[in-house]
Write a protein that binds this ligand. Structure first.
Ligand SMILES: [Zn+2]
Length: 157
């Protein structure tokens, strides 16, 4: 099954949503900018956009494109570079029906970089359920590195 275009998950393809006053008027959907649909991501191009100079790393500066930002942020989460919850980049791709694709791609890339399961997920499983990760050393690393962008600062609170 190949789906190259999917409806915006916020407006369902209409390109507009009810006004917050709920008085029957509609406003342009801000997630898809009124287009109603999203094209499938070009993963090869996104990977090139997040790539760091050294092998198996992502760039230090966050990419501007929302999808590239989300992918970059999720790779940083899974590789343990920033295990705070990725809220800001998630909001940046709100309405994008290909979020599951980007999520899956981030896991694959992170696994390729570190050779292990998601460090971010393991840290949270430990924090919430007290579950011990196979590699205890991952619990002693900082929650984020120095590359966290200013736009994501609320995730630290
Ligand atoms: Zn929309």
């Amino acid at each position: 099954m190949t789906l190259s275009v999917l409806n915006c998950t916020r407006c369902g393809g209409l390109g507009e949503v009810p006004h917050w006053r709920n008085d029957g008027t509609k406003v342009q959907c801000t997630c898809c900018d009124g287009r109603g649909t999203f094209e499938a991501p070009d993963l090869e191009q996104l990977c090139a956009a997040i790539k760091g100079r050294k092998p198996r790393t992502v760039r230090s500066k966050r990419p501007d494109d929302p999808r590239a930002w989300f992918l970059w942020r999720m790779v940083r989460f899974h590789t343990g570079k920033d295990v705070t919850l990725p809220m800001t980049a998630t909001i940046a791709i709100e309405g994008d029906p290909f979020k599951p694709t980007l999520d899956a791609a981030a896991k694959v890339i992170a696994m390729h970089f570190t050779g292990k399961e998601s460090i971010g997920s393991a840290r949270w499983r430990h924090a919430i359920h007290g579950e011990s990760p196979a590699d205890l050393a991952i619990l002693n690393t900082p929650v984020t590195d120095g590359d966290k962008p200013f736009e994501e600062r609320l995730e630290l609170e």
